[in-house]
Design a protein around this ligand. Structure first.
Ligand code: SP5
Ligand code: ZN
Length: 340
C-alpha cells in the first residue's frame, strides 16, 4: 500500500493547547504520533512510504474560502508584530459567536473569526505543515484514481474539523474534503468519517452538495466536542438534503454496538453507489484514548477496517485523530492491513 507522508509536519508543534476550564496542557496532536505510526508501518512488508506531490493551492481553494487560506498563510508573521504578551502561539480569546458576518481588520479579530476553539494553535510552521498534509491526501486520491485499490495519507495536522472558513480541533485544512472534492471531479464519491469526533468541517463543506455523500460516526455532540454539529437530524440542505448523515453514539459504545452502527452507514454507502471512497480514519475511538469515551478495542478497529474494505471500492484513507500514542501503531496498521 502506498503511504503518503511528509516530514514537514514537524514544523507544526504548538507548545500547548487549552482544555475545558482553561488548563494549559501539552499539545496532544504531536509529532510523536506520526513516528509511532511510521514505525509500525515500516515493520510491515506491505507499506511503501512516499513523499507527496505538490498540487498547489487550486484544490485547496476549491474547498476553502480564499481569505481564510490567506489568513493561515500570513497570520504568524502578523502575530509577531502585535503587542500581545505571550507570542508562543497564536490563539484568540474572542470568538465569532454564531458566525457574525463582520470580519474585523485586526489579527486577533480575524483569529477569532477564523478559529472555533483553543486547540487549533498557529505557530511559525503551521501553514507549511497544513499544505504538506493536504498534499498527502491529494496524492492518495490521485493514486486511487490511477488504479490503486487503496492508499493511505499519513496526514498531520489532521483536517476534518476545518470548515470552509475556519480552523478548529487541531485542524486547518480539511485534507479528506480536499481529496474527496478532487475525486468528485472524476466521479461519485462517498466520504466516511470514523474519527471519535464529528467531522463538522467536512459536514460544513459538503452540506449542500449531492455529488459527495458524507457520513460521520462519532461521539454524541450533546456531551462531546465539537458540540455544535453532528446531530442525527442534520441531513444536508437544498439539493444536498439526504446526502449527509450523522450517527451519534453514547459514551461507552463497545465493539458490537459500534459495528452495528457501521453496518447501517455502509448500507447507505452501497445505496449511493459511489465510484470512490474516502475514509477519515481517526483512531480516537480506541478504548484507551485520552480524549475519547468510546470503547472500541484493537480487534474492533481491525473489524471496522475489514467491513469498510468489503465495500470493495477504490479507497483513499486519510489520517485524522488518535491520541494514545502507544497504541497508534498497532491500531493504524491493524486497520490499514485490511485494505491490502
Ligand atoms: C482531529 C481530532 O481528533 N480533533 C479533536 C479535537 C478535540 N479537542 C477537544 C478538546 C476537549 C478537551 N476535553 C478534555 C477532557 C479531558 N478529560
Ligand atoms: Zn478526533
Amino acid at each position: 500500500m502506498k503511504v503518503y507522508y511528509s516530514e514537514t509536519h514537524r514544523k507544526h508543534e504548538p507548545p500547548f493547547e487549552v482544555f475545558d476550564g482553561g488548563l494549559r496542557v501539552p499539545y496532544l496532536e504531536n509529532p510523536d504520533r506520526m513516528d509511532r505510526i511510521l514505525q509500525a508501518l515500516r515493520a510491515t512488508d506491505w507499506a511503501e512510504v512516499i513523499e507527496p506531490m505538490d498540487f498547489g493551492l487550486d484544490p485547496i481553494h476549491a474547498v476553502h474560502d480564499k481569505e481564510y487560506v490567506d489568513f493561515l498563510a500570513s497570520s504568524w508573521t502578523e502575530w509577531l508584530s502585535t503587542d500581545s504578551w505571550d507570542k508562543s502561539t497564536l490563539l484568540p480569546s474572542t470568538f465569532a459567536l454564531r458566525r457574525h458576518p463582520q470580519k474585523p481588520a485586526s489579527l486577533l479579530g480575524r483569529a477569532g473569526y477564523y478559529m472555533m476553539d483553543l486547540s487549533a494553535c498557529i505557530v511559525e510552521g503551521t501553514y507549511e505543515a497544513a499544505l504538506a498534509s493536504a498534499n498527502c491526501a491529494l496524492s492518495a486520491a490521485q493514486a486511487v484514481a490511477n488504479g490503486e485499490h487503496s492508499a493511505f495519507a499519513l496526514c498531520r495536522p489532521p483536517g476534518h474539523h476545518a470548515g470552509k472558513d475556519y480552523a478548529g480541533g487541531y485542524c486547518f485544512i480539511n485534507n479528506a474534503a480536499v481529496a474527496a472534492n478532487w475525486l468528485s471531479a472524476k466521479d461519485r464519491v462517498a466520504l466516511l468519517d470514523i474519527d471519535y469526533h464529528c467531522g463538522n468541517g467536512t459536514q460544513d463543506i459538503f452540506y449542500e452538495r449531492d455529488d459527495v455523500l458524507t457520513i460521520s460516526i462519532h461521539a454524541d455532540p450533546n456531551f462531546e466536542y465539537p458540540h455544535f454539529a453532528g446531530y442525527a437530524d442534520e441531513r444536508g440542505k437544498g439539493k444536498g438534503l439526504g446526502v449527509h448523515r450523522n450517527f451519534p453514539l453514547p459514551a461507552g459504545t463497545d465493539d458490537i454496538a459500534y459495528l452495528n452502527t457501521l453496518d447501517r452507514a455502509l448500507e447507505l454507502i452501497r445505496e449511493f453507489k459511489p465510484v470512490y471512497l474516502v475514509v477519515s480514519a481517526g483512531m480516537d475511538i480506541y478504548a484507551d484514548d485520552p480524549l475519547g469515551k468510546i470503547k472500541v478495542t484493537t480487534d474492533g478497529i481491525i473489524e471496522i477496517g475489514k467491513r469498510i474494505s468489503a465495500l470493495n471500492l477504490p479507497t483513499a484513507i486519510v489520517m485524522e485523530g488518535g491520541y494514545n500514542n502507544d497504541a497508534l501503531g498497532k491500531n493504524s496498521t491493524g486497520f490499514l492491513g485490511e485494505f491490502r
